[in-house]
Design a protein around this ligand. Structure first.
Ligand code: SF4
Length: 351
C-alpha cells in the first residue's frame, strides 16, 4: 500500500495532476491507516481551489413511487420487499412543476425526476409522461430538469433530451465485485451502458453510490475507479438508511468519522467532480457541516424519495453560517473560481 501523506496528494492535485491519487493510494486513504483529519484537511484544500465557497444544491421528486420490478437490496421501492412504500401512479405534471418552483426557493438549481422503474419503454405511457414533465419544468424555468428513470434506449434518450433534459442520474451503487450481492435482476454492465449512452447524447451524468451496505474498502475503490473511468460530472454519495422490510434493514449506520473519511478520500480521487451528499447525511449528526471540510461541494436539499431529510431552513442556515453560497449546476466547473462574497442576508425560504 502507498503511504503518501494526504497533504502531498493535495499538493500534486493542485499542481495540476488530477490523477495524483491512484487506486492503491485511495485504498490507503479509505482504510483508516491515515489520520482522518489529515485526509480531510487535504480534501478541503482541493475543494476550495475548485469550488471556492460555492455549494451545489439539488432536489428530487418521486415521479413514480414503489412497485419496482428490480430487487436492489437497499431499496424501499422494490416490489420484492414489504416496506412502508405503496406503488403509486405517475405524479401529475403540475405537481412536478410545483416542486420545481419550491426547489428554486430553496436555492436548488435542478429538480431530479425519479421513477421506481426498471426503465421507460420507448412506446410506453411512462416515457410520454416524463417527457411532458421535463418539458413543463423547462418551460416553467424555475430549475433544470434532471431524471433518474432506469434504463433508456437511444430513442428514449433522444425524446427526453428534446424535451429539455440536461442531466441523467444513474447510480452504480457500489463496486462491480459487490454489486451482485446487492442486486440480482440486472447487471453492472447494463448500468454502465446507460451512462455511456447518455454521455454520447451530450447529457451531463450524475453517478454515485451507497456506502454502509457491508462493502469492503476495496469495493469503495472499485466504485471510485468506475466513476473516474466514466468521467461523470456529479457524484452523489449516499449512506445507507436501513429501511424496514428490505434485506439491509438491520445494517448499522456508518460512524460519522467513517463517512467523512469516505467523502475526503473520494474528493482526492475525483478532484474535478461535484461530489454531493444525499441520503443518510443526517447520520453525520453534529458533524454534518464538516462534510464540506471533507471535500463535499454540494448536497441534496428537501426530502429524499421515501425518507425525510433535515428541514431546508436548517440547511440554508448552515450554509450561511459557514459562509458558503449556492451555485448553478453545470455552470461553475472552471479550473478555479473566485471566492464568492459571504451572503449579507439570510437566504430566504418560501414555503
Ligand atoms: S431500480 Fe431503483 S427503484 Fe428499482 S429497486 Fe433498484 S433502486 Fe429501487
Amino acid at each position: 500500500m502507498s503511504l503518501v501523506a494526504p497533504a502531498q496528494h493535495a499538493d500534486r492535485i493542485l499542481a495540476g495532476d488530477e490523477r495524483a491519487v491512484d487506486p492503491a493510494a485511495l485504498l490507503t486513504l479509505l482504510s483508516g491507516e491515515l489520520d482522518v483529519w489529515d485526509t480531510m484537511a487535504a480534501a478541503d484544500r482541493v475543494r476550495r481551489a475548485r469550488f471556492g465557497r460555492h455549494v451545489h444544491l439539488c432536489s428530487i421528486i418521486n415521479a413514480k413511487e414503489g412497485g419496482c420490478p428490480e430487487d436492489c437490496g437497499f431499496c424501499s421501492q422494490s416490489r420484492h420487499y414489504s416496506t412502508h412504500v405503496a406503488p403509486s401512479k405517475f405524479t401529475p405534471v403540475s405537481t412536478v412543476v410545483e416542486h420545481s418552483a419550491r426547489a428554486r426557493t430553496r436555492h436548488a438549481t435542478a429538480l431530479g425526476l425519479v421513477t421506481a422503474t426498471r426503465g421507460l419503454d420507448d412506446d410506453g405511457k411512462g416515457l410520454a409522461h416524463i417527457e411532458s414533465a421535463i418539458r413543463a419544468v423547462r418551460e416553467a424555468g424555475h430549475t433544470e430538469a434532471h431524471a433518474s428513470v432506469g434504463f433508456l434506449s437511444e430513442a428514449a434518450l433522444d425524446r427526453l433530451v428534446d424535451a429539455g433534459l440536461t442531466e441523467l442520474n444513474h447510480n452504480l451503487e457500489t463496486g462491480r465485485s459487490y454489486f451482485a450481492k446487492i442486486v440480482t435482476t440486472h447487471t453492472y454492465d447494463e448500468r454502465i451502458e446507460t451512462i455511456r449512452r447518455a454521455k454520447a447524447k451530450g447529457l451531463r451524468t450524475c453517478v454515485g453510490g451507497i456506502f454502509g451496505m457491508g462493502e469492503a474498502p476495496s469495493d469503495r475503490v472499485e466504485l471510485a475507479e468506475a466513476l473516474r473511468e466514466l468521467d461523470v460530472d456529479e457524484v452523489p454519495l449516499n449512506f445507507l438508511v436501513g429501511i424496514e422490510g428490505t434485506p439491509l434493514a438491520g445494517a448499522e449506520p456508518l460512524p460519522p468519522l467513517e463517512m467523512l473519511r469516505i467523502i475526503a478520500a473520494y474528493r482526492l480521487f475525483l478532484p474535478r467532480q461535484n461530489i454531493f451528499i444525499a441520503a443518510g447525511r443526517t447520520y453525520l449528526g453534529q458533524l454534518l457541516p464538516l462534510m464540506f471540510s471533507a471535500g463535499a461541494s454540494g448536497m441534496m436539499i428537501g426530502d429524499f424519495l421515501t425518507t425525510p431529510n433535515r428541514g431546508p431552513e436548517d440547511d440554508l442556515r448552515m450554509l450561511e453560517e459557514l459562509g458558503l453560497s449556492p451555485y448553478g449546476c453545470g455552470t461553475a466547473h472552471p479550473e478555479r473560481i473566485e471566492l464568492a462574497p459571504r451572503p449579507r442576508t439570510r437566504l430566504p425560504v418560501v414555503a
